[in-house]
Design a protein around this ligand. Sequence first.
Ligand code: PMP
Length: 312
Amino acid sequence: KFTEEEQTFCNGTLTRFGNIQMCPSSGILNYGQGLLEGLKAYRKEDEGILLFRPEENALRMKVGADRMCMPSPTVDQFLDAVKKTVLANKRWVPPHGRGSLYIRPLLMGTGRNLEVKPSSEFTFLVYASPVGNGLKGVLNLMVEDNVRRATPGGTGGVKAVTNYSPIYKPLTEAKAKGFSDLLYLDALTGSNIEECSGSNIFILKGNVISTPTTHGTILPGITRKSIMEIASGFGYQVEERAIPINEVFDAEEVFCTGTAKIVKSVASITYQGKRIEYKLGAETLAQKLHATLTGIQTGVIEDKLGWTMVID
Ligand code: PMP
């Protein structure tokens, strides 16, 4: 997907997408001092380009930068870099309804740094790649009973690059068994659900939609926040609370949310050999939420909450 014509925004300048120079003793290479973000640009029916809640990504990066001892770009600097990257890669924004341009900001320690201490130089870069609209498929989750994604006091609540590779092993094993993703449990009790590898989770029972409280161990997803608002606008009671794994088995519907997945129904959850199946199809709340959210993101549904930013 990456071609030489793609542009990357790196420390204030747009350059051709390609390899970057890195000091062998940089903080990111040696100690994983890095953060990532993810957001999307969508084409409207009239060809205009919209970003979805980009200032939320800027604010999340600020919180993460503080945790990872890095200076963060200001919200304006972040937005400027994202806009410039999208405009420079405008021809890669898929036609309306056919996907989006995924934008990946990175902030990392790139100074010389042999010791275990924060870097003294930093790189902020933004690159982008077109992606499909990911409408297809449902999720078959397996509850991960051994590996914990995050521990209290750790970095699970921010988008640290080091949060992801430790889950490669159980995730690869689960995928080899045919599962789509893992559902992680909390480190303290091992009995409450947290989130999946790259998405947040919701359960529906009656008129109540519940999602785990983030508590610094779950990434506060921007899709999660948006879905909570949309669902409460639909008249559902939305709760953030501890959700014991046993409660997930009585749910009517389960779905995951994230920038990549948007809203995706969970077909089944397997825990200690027990498999539970959930409601799927056009009548599900997940489908309604997906339709409303993508409608707002692509400019089809009026954006009453001011979530989208027109950039072209
Ligand atoms: N949890 C994790 C671990 C993630 O990587 C992501 C993707 N950013 C999410 C949840 C969902 O967050 P968002 O809705 O902001 O994409």
